[in-house]
Design a binder for this molecule. Structure first.
Ligand SMILES: NC(=O)c1ccc[n+]([C@@H]2O[C@H](COP(=O)([O-])OP(=O)(O)OC[C@H]3O[C@@H](n4cnc5c(N)ncnc54)[C@H](OP(=O)(O)O)[C@@H]3O)[C@@H](O)[C@H]2O)c1
Length: 242
């Protein structure tokens, strides 16, 4: 059995994919939680995380793998997220908006709880990380369910981090990666100003070559996890982290 178990949601693309490709462990079993899958060297946990039945599939994977695990470390990095649909709340399709709320606001909490519960009795290092964004504190018109989801995720991390400091062993962190060159950013640049008035800023960042390579973001996230001076419940930004 591997000494390290890693779950990455949204590993099929973008930052999640780069995290898997730049894994710092020689001996790890990796689970890709996504709809698409197809990531070499991983076990695909097929789940639509905008649907609560997908959370149940992830919990089953966690329970099965952790039931008899006595290795050194378990890590769960929640990357799956979406800006779909971009647009003003009163104007976008209600069913698509509902799915965005479930994925961005509810899934991080439900998956975090499932992971911490399944890992509660382990002896090794236990890390739960979710990807956050400057949008957690800055209201971008056209991104309401995204901004609200990231804000909710940050506060969940602060609260549960406090709980773990009081009565637990797990480290719970939120990490903002900066503006990273993924499909999500390409989609932002393609959006009409009517639906996302701040689009010009993101097009300019791209023209100026200011986007971070996903491999760099992934490597920095793994370096953050290798540190032992970060308090559980911390919400941090790679752009300002020393
Ligand atoms: N890129 C940036 O500049 C940036 C900045 C700040 C924060 N972030 C955050 O970083 C994380 C990763 O972003 P990214 O840029 O890598 O995004 P991305 O390239 O669009 O990839 C998104 C990932 O999420 C998965 N996903 C989307 N909807 C899903 C669903 N319903 N069920 C399961 N998985 C789903 C996708 O997999 P499938 O389609 O295969 O399901 C994909 O692997 C997100 O939480 C994002 O908010 C990104």
């Amino acid at each position: 059995m591997s000494s390290t178990l890693v779950w990455v949601t949204g590993a099929s693309q973008g930052i999640g994919r780069a995290l898997v490709e730049h894994l710092p462990f020689d001996d790890a079993t990796v689970f890709d939680v996504s709809r698409g899958g197809g990531v070499p060297g991983t076990t695909h946990v097929a789940a639509d995380l905008a649907d609560p039945s997908g959370w149940v599939a992830v919990e089953a994977s966690l329970r099965e793998a952790l039931a008899h695990f006595d290795g050194e470390r378990v890590v769960f990095i929640h990357c799956a997220g979406t800006l779909e649909p971009m647009g003003y709340a009163a104007e976008v399709d209600t069913e698509r908006y509902r799915r965005q709320v479930l994925l961005n606001s509810a899934a991080p909490q439900a998956l975090g709880q499932a992971f911490l519960s399944a890992a509660a009795d382990l002896d090794g290092q236990v890390d739960f990380v979710q990807l956050t964004s400057g949008a957690a504190t800055k209201p971008y018109e056209g991104w309401s369910a995204y901004c609200a989801g990231k804000a909710a995720g940050d506060h969940w991390v602060r609260t549960v981090g406090g709980e773990q400091a009081t009565r637990g062993e797990a480290r719970v962190l939120a990490i903002a990666p900066g503006v990273v060159d993924t499909g999500m950013q390409a989609h932002i640049r393609d959006t009409d100003e009517h639906d996302f008035p701040a689009v010009a800023k993101f097009r300019q960042l791209h023209r100026d070559g200011q986007l971070v390579d996903p491999a760099d973001a992934a490597t920095r996230i793994w370096k953050v996890l290798a540190r032992n001076d970060l308090e559980t419940g911390s919400v941090m930004d790679l752009r300002t982290l020393g």
